[in-house]
Design a protein around this ligand. Structure first.
Ligand SMILES: NC(=O)c1ccc[n+]([C@@H]2O[C@H](COP(=O)([O-])OP(=O)(O)OC[C@H]3O[C@@H](n4cnc5c(N)ncnc54)[C@H](O)[C@@H]3O)[C@@H](O)[C@H]2O)c1
Length: 413
């Protein structure tokens, strides 16, 4: 049945009757996890059956929020996500933990027969992306990356216009995101709160003593867990480039940047130059010196041989022969509009087809972000990349960054 795409969801089997409700558990209940819960709670064909967090305060407050939204909810809360993977009445999980947990949880979920809606970035390193893809295919699972802007009409329209050839062959793209990663001062080590399982929060990352800045939300400014503003925003804007232009055959990357200088160690800012077979791609912290960029805090500027297109999440303008317009009515609609990022995932799970931000796509799009961080960590060394082998050419030190060593007790893969 799997080969025919007719795999039945466990919950449908256990109910023994046709039902189109997908049973979901949410893992990681901070800012984004609460957003997941609210988004999925609003879908008619979803039942939220469980919530999970290593912080009891986050678990109980999100459970209370869910019960306020759905007074009949029977959802239960757990601290250890592995207890959810054991359950036969859960079809899919969403993951909104910090980045260093994404791939381990998603891989174990695939192995347990669950589909996954997982937050960006896809993984902490390159090897984790490879492990995820292998397990997705082996276990015939569905995956959607949580880049919800992908579902908006603006990106669909930008892609249509670029793919129509209206601005010609795109040879260069400039991406930017303004704003610095904060240094977070020099906080003192504290005893972790009794309500937080700090050892499990750290999980596969190296053991570190606790202070609050290392934990909720601001973890993203530590290299043990993420990569600062650059890693936080890459996927949201690189997404439109991978969809519209499909950069292929990455050849080299070189990154420049500055350390925050306080306790946080992710780059305060990072700029990177990439050379692909079919494209030159630049990431900068300051907007590039092109029309319309300084008005946008984040953006993509596509340079084609017939014109240019600049966009952010919700706006775009196209310049051809010196004339700037907001749309090209002559370009017809060729891409089906999304029913919403979460509904797109739910529909894909039911149909056993991969959704728009599927794992293959997400992995290709995320990989260059990791490589720029490695170049920066190596002092801005230009790195040559073998795209077929997914290894740096002749650079043992750089290759060591492609896969992190997990803490022994939290190496779950
Ligand atoms: N798609 C978007 O627009 C968007 C926006 C914000 C954040 N994100 C992503 O969402 C993820 C979470 O970000 P955030 O800002 O919500 O962080 P956060 O610190 O607010 O929340 C993370 C939660 O995960 C919990 N957690 C940690 N380890 C866990 C584990 N092993 N099992 C269960 N729970 C665990 C933490 O206790 C915390 O409650 C990040 O990967 C981030 O990149 C995406």
């Amino acid at each position: 049945m799997g080969a025919l795409g007719l795999t039945l969801l466990p919950s449908l089997i256990s109910k023994g009757a046709p039902s189109d409700r997908l049973r979901i558990a949410h893992i990681g209940l901070g800012g984004m996890g609460n957003q997941h819960m609210e988004w999925f709670a609003a879908l008619p064909d979803v039942e939220i059956v469980a919530l999970c967090d290593v912080d009891q305060d986050h678990l109980s407050s999100t459970l209370a929020k869910l019960k306020a939204l759905q007074p009949d909810s029977k959802a239960t809360g757990v601290e250890d996500f592995r207890r959810l993977l054991d359950r036969k009445d859960i079809d899919a999980v969403t993951i909104a933990t910090p980045d260093h947990w994404h791939a381990q949880i998603a891989t174990l979920a695939f192995q347990a027969g669950k589909d996954v809606y997982g937050e960006k970035p896809l993984s902490y390193d390159i090897r984790e992306g490879q492990v995820l893809l292998k397990n997705l295919n082996k276990h015939n699972r569905i995956f959607q990356l949580g880049t919800q802007i992908h579902a908006g009409d603006n990106y669909h329209r930008v892609v249509e216009i670029i793919k129509s050839g209206a601005i010609g062959n795109v040879h260069t793209v400039r991406l930017w995101k303004t704003g610095f990663s904060p240094g977070l001062g020099n906080p003192k080590i504290q005893t972790p709160p009794k309500t937080l399982n700090w050892d499990m929060w750290l999980g596969p990352a190296p053991y570190r003593d606790y202070f609050p800045e290392r934990c909720h939300f601001t973890y993203r400014y530590f290299l043990d867990y993420s990569g600062g503003v650059f890693a936080d925003f890459w996927c949201h804007i690189a997404d439109v480039v991978w969809w519209a232009v499909q950069p292929k055959g990455l050849k080299s990357v070189v990154a420049r940047g500055e350390k925050t200088g306080e306790v946080a160690d992710a780059p305060k800012w990072l700029d990177a130059d990439y050379e692909f077979e079919n494209l030159k791609l630049y990431w900068t912290t300051n907007p590039p010196d092109v029309p319309g960029a300084s008005e946008r805090g984040i953006g993509a500027y596509f340079e084609g041989d017939k014109g240019t297109l600049i966009c952010d999440y919700s706006t775009k303008s196209i310049t051809i022969n010196g004339e700037t317009v907001e749309d090209l009515p002559g370009v017809s609609q060729t891409i089906t509009r999304s029913p919403g990022h979460q509904q797109n995932f739910v529909n894909a799970v039911k149909a056993r087809t991969q959704p728009e931000s599927n794992l293959n796509y997400a992995r290709d799009m995320t990989l260059p972000m990791h490589l720029a961080l490695i170049s920066w960590r190596l002092g801005g060394r230009k790195l040559e990349w073998n795209a077929a082998k997914e290894k740096f050419k002749g650079d043992k030190e750089a290759n060591e960054f492609l896969s992190r060593k997990y803490r022994k007790e939290w190496d779950l893969l």
